[in-house]
Design a binder for this molecule. Sequence first.
Ligand code: UD1
Ligand code: CA
Length: 463
Amino acid sequence: MIEKGLAAVILAAGQGTRMKSALPKVLHPVAGQPMLGHVLRVAQAVGASPVVPVVGHGAEQVRAIFEAEEITFALQSEQLGTGHALLCAESVLGDFSGDLLLLCGDVPLLQESTLQRLIAHHRSHGAVVTILTAMMGDPTGYGRIIRGESGVERIVEEKDATREEKEVAEINTGIYLFEAPQVFELLRSVGNRNAQGEYYLTDVVAAACSAGKRVEVLSVEDNREAMGINDRRQLALANAVLFERINDCHMLEGVTLVDPTAVYIDHDVVIGSDTLLHPGVHLRGRTRIGRDCVIEPGVVVTDCQIGDRVHLKAGSVLTESIIGDECTIGPMAHLRSGTVLDGQNKLGNFVETKKALIGRKSQASHLTYIGDATLGQNVNVGCGTITCNYDGVNKHQTIIEDDVFVGSDSQLVAPVRIGHGSLIGAGSTITKDVPPDSLALSRSEQRVIEGWAARKREKQKKK
Ligand code: UD1
Ligand code: CA
């Protein structure tokens, strides 16, 4: 027997009025990824090909976000309803014949295992339509599954439902498996005489029943998967569910979360075992964290690679940086993009770095800015040091070679090079290169006038 083909259409053209947002609804992030991204992934995971999102509202914005993925979109230029939206994908599917999975761009929690069950059920029952349903404690807002003597007869939308129908707790998740091209024939018979004047995809069910086609239902096991995101409260709930799933995975892999309800880890983040995460930690994007690290409260890490046994202290923010093994960062350090620490480095409180390559064991313990700089090994940067990298027009490089000691409150005016083994006297403004093994000082000599303060006090008393 030849394996049946599987294609997917994802409805994502609606405006999402209830979000009250300038951003198309399907681009709102859930656990760091646009809602539509989650749906695309799950469709690809069950092997659907092609996967065709139907876009309309904010179509250009949506396309741009998924540019890299080589997806063919269908366009629904006027949002005339979910049924009309599916019809808009027909030409993109061409002469596809097989199982057509229909997903919604605003149902991002759906899991691969549930779709596998849906596909198996549909195929084993030889159905033309299989609806994924859920039992909801509060079904308000969803389409209700209306059953007759011989099984499911139709779906009625909240706005079209009678009081009795509204009591039905079995709801339409908006996910279906259809037989293509049959579903398109059925869709063409669907009208728009309903409360919203839309072509409802849900009316395919009644059309299939009238035509004597087999309609099946399958219920999701965990009805949180079926949650459609229509407003910001549901968005917050979806985030909570997805973060919980992600956190559970990490805990089972040996990561300690002191309070898993208060740690926010994006989908693609990788964390080594025995790493400890305190509350209020955000790990975002493509971040990778090694083993045996400690990440204290309020740390935000975005797109970083972090080695083993690294200690990130409270309130530090790290972006697009590479941190070698055994570094200690913070509290309240700010590592901006292009920071690379070789390992065993210490950057203390209120240290900011940007495009800074810092050799092994070099450190800056307090109140320092290091930008557009290359530091060798064992460099000690004193409190209050600033690389003056910007002249108002261009950025310039500071190079500090191995074993340099920069005294506190120094300014290094770039471009400038400090030769290895040199010492910069505290309070210096360095504008010229310093040869190796030298002392550079640039402060005026100290004057002391003995007794001056006492004489001033005497004078004031006499006034
Ligand atoms: C829909 C279902 C409802 C189901 C619920 C599950 C219909 C008529 N109703 O209602 O039975 O319980 O989903 O979450 O299908 N869309 C388009 N083009 C349009 C209209 C909508 O692409 O013209 C897209 C939206 O972007 C969204 C999805 O279809 O991703 C569902 O649309 P939405 O308006 O949210 O439908 P619901 O009222 O939630
Ligand atoms: Ca919806």
